[in-house]
Structures are given as C-alpha cells and as structure tokens.
Design a protein around this ligand. Sequence first.
Ligand code: NDP
Length: 275
Amino acid sequence: MIPTLKLNNGVEMPQLGFGVFQVPDAETTAAVTTALDAGYRSIDTAAAYQNEAGVGKALASSGLAREELFVTTKLWNADQGYQETLAAFERSRGLLGLDFLDLYLIHWPAPELGKYADSWRALEKLYADGAVRAIGVSNFQPAHLQHLASVSPVVPAVNQIELHPYLQQDAVRAYGNEHGIATEAWSPLAKGGSLLSEAPITELAAKYDRTPAQIVLRWHLQLGNVVIPKSVTPARVRENFAVFDFELTAADLDAVSGLERGERTGPDPDTFNAV
Ligand code: NDP
C-alpha cells in the first residue's frame, strides 16, 4: 500500500514514514504505536532525539515482523569519528532493541569538526558487516557530497535534508538525481506553520476535498521525495497517511512550487557544528 523507492543498493524504502523529532521519550512509544496502527512502517529517529528507547518499545510490542519495518536513526555530531561512530551505532542499536538497522545516517556534516569522512568509513564497515541495510547522510550540501565522493567509492543511499515548498533545494536534489542518492524531506510540512495557510495549498485542498497537509505531502510524493511528517496528534497521524488515493496535476504541482522562497526553518548545514 505504501509506495517504495529503490535505493542505489537495491533496498526498497517506504516513500512515507513517521518522524519523531521533539517527541519526549515517554510519549514516543504511544506516538509510534499510533503510526504503526495507522499503517506507517518506516520510522525516523536519531540519537540526538533521545527517544530511540521509546521507538524500540513500540516496535517490540507492535507484533509486526522485522522485515515489515524500516527503521532509520542518525549519528550525532559529538560522536563523529571512526571509532566513536562504531560505538554510537551500538548504543543506538541497543536502545532500539534491534539486531540490524535499515538506514543509518550521518546527521550533519558539521564541517568544522572535519570528521565526516572518518564517520563515513565507519558506516561503510557497519554496512559491510550487515549491521545496517543502507547508509546515508543528512543535511549534506553538494560540496560535502563531492568531498565524500573524492575519498570513498560508496555513494550514500539517501540524503535527508530540510525540504518543503518554501525551500525546494534544487541544487541538492539535482546532485542526488545525478548520483543516485534518494532525497528524503525533513520538516516536509515546514513544521505545520504558515505554509499550510498559503493560497495555492488551501485552494487545492478545497479542489480535492483534502487537507492542506495532504496537498503538501502529495506534492512531495509526486516529485519523488521520501517524506517523514511528524505528529503527536492521532487524527493528524492518520490524515498524513491518507495520501495515496488522489493525484495532483502538473499545473497543481507548479502552483505549489511557486511558493519557493529559499527559507529554512532549521540550521544552515554549512555553519551548524553543534556537539
Ligand atoms: P513537520 O514538517 O513534519 O511538521 C511537524 C509539525 O506539524 C508538528 O508541529 C505537528 O503538530 C504539525 N502537523 C503534523 N501534521 C499536521 C497536519 N496534518 N495538519 C496540521 N499540522 C500538522 O516537521 P518536523 O520538523 O517534525 O520534521 C519531520 C521529521 O523530520 C522529524 O520528526 C524528524 O524525524 C525529521 N527531521 C530531521 C532533521 C535532520 O536534521 N535530519 C531535522 C528536523 C526534522 P502535532 O505534532 O502537534 O500534531
């Protein structure tokens, strides 16, 4: 029922997943359980979210077979470096209670630390060892991807970046398309703010008898992005999943794309080096 994208190593990734940024650990189990009950099978967490244990509890009690799930977590900046990455991966895997992960991402390039190439070598080892089915990056600009390509033959399967109609990331997406890197959109709803009241989106919502969030998610899916909307509101969790039974026209997609204004809701990857 959920469309998948074939990653550059042949692994199939659900195009729609559930994000848990800023969900406290104690509330995460309930939120992920709601998502799994609604039909989501892909969950996006990170060591930095401090809720991997909550995610793990929901997975364990779901009764779903491991092969039905697609679980992503991310390496935090403070743990960059070869040995540090291997140790951080083991902590995440333990908290999630899983034998293997589906996708492990370097959370930020943190260029000032100068360690992402070493971290990448550790991800290569985890992949070679079968500890993770696919490896990728997050918040990498073309320059960071180029640098990685100059030191490693292994192309990231995924680049998870801030992406929504206000910030369409043409250059990063073009680099990904050219090099076989799937683009995954974080904050796909631009954090549920003013984007959802923009005229082209509310007009399309009326035209299709859908909600603004569903129009935005449909825009992403038809552009080929992976999306991971977050919500702790059960009705919205279900609403965000009900996007596979209608289609926007090319003109509708263009109308939404007209909202581009180069506006980030989060940090700039070129200058974000927090540990
Ligand atoms: P989203 O764009 O998914 O928006 C989430 C916000 O929108 C929440 O406040 C939510 O409210 C609200 N919302 C959700 N659905 C609806 C709806 N149908 N109608 C109206 N409002 C809605 O933002 P996020 O920043 O959470 O991004 C999604 C995921 O991306 C994260 O959870 C995380 O997994 C990932 N991410 C990755 C980053 C990275 O650096 N790699 C950085 C940031 C995010 P409520 O919950 O109250 O219902």
